[in-house]
Design a protein around this ligand. Structure first.
Ligand code: SF4
Ligand code: FES
Length: 231
């Protein structure tokens, strides 16, 4: 089968390591449909069984494989290496999360910033395949976030939960208000708090990297408008 020799530059890290980032370079023959996750699996099997990365579903549903590919947040399982159109692929962990090893980060801060009380139902998944009605061209999934952390990694605002709720948390807050308006007042208090929408710098990177079209920046804007109308 046709293949291309690609150089993978992998971020390597073990807890406790200090000093400048350490990268390890591997050359790998990659086929036209091989994804970054396929490449990682080949590298781990053939070159270095100690390589650490996360994955589960292999089809952009679980969000666990998110990492930075050539500097941009992507899901490794659906990123086709040839489509990157580079001879060198740099793989790094998501930014802004505590590192656990190589491409693996600690996702706990992500969940800690989701305001409490979210029902977090994925209401629209049941009708994803259903035919549309009432003049709609498609059903938008109401709650599509796969909790991959890409938006958080791309966001330039410093982000402990005390500093900024962050794009995923604010998007969840906005969606929750849309789902259950009886919660509006309490959730708008969260969105309008010191670590809420006022911290957003409108960089829009969160919406650009989100693999499931949540458009966190759009939700942050909706929250701003609601706060203005309520105020
Ligand atoms: S909003 Fe999008 S980018 Fe952010 S965690 Fe959810 S799926 Fe990932
Ligand atoms: S492995 Fe589940 S989203 Fe990539």
């Amino acid at each position: 089968m046709e293949s291309r020799r690609i150089q993978f530059k992998l971020f390597r890290y073990r807890p406790g390591e200090e000093g400048p980032p350490r990268f390890q370079v591997f050359d790998l023959d990659v086929g036209p449909r091989d994804t970054v996750l396929d490449a990682l699996e080949m590298l781990r099997t053939r070159n270095d069984p100690s390589l650490l990365y996360r994955h589960s579903c292999h089809h952009s549903s679980c969000g666990t494989c998110a990492c930075r590919v050539n500097g941009t947040e992507r899901l490794a399982c659906v990123t086709v290496v040839w489509d990157l159109e580079t001879e060198e692929v740099v793989l790094e962990p998501l930014a802004g999360f505590p590192r656990l090893g190589d491409l693996v980060v600690d996702m706990r801060p992500f969940y800690e910033q989701i305001p409490p009380g979210m029902t977090y139902l994925r209401e629209s998944e049941w009708n994803r395949e259903a035919s549309t009605a009432h003049g709609l061209t498609r059903y938008e999934r109401f709650e599509s976030c796969i909790e991959c952390g890409s938006c958080e990694s791309a966001c330039p605002v410093p982000r402990t939960p005390e500093e900024f709720i962050g794009p995923a948390g604010l998007a969840a807050t906005s969606r929750e208000i849309e789902k259950d308006s009886s919660q509006m007042t309490g959730l708008l208090d969260v969105a309008g708090s010191e670590n809420g929408v006022g911290r957003c710098r409108r960089a829009l990177l969160c919406s650009r990297v989100c693999p499931t079209e949540v458009y966190p920046a759009g939700h942050i804007d909706k929250l701003r408008k609601r706060l203005k109308n309520e105020g």
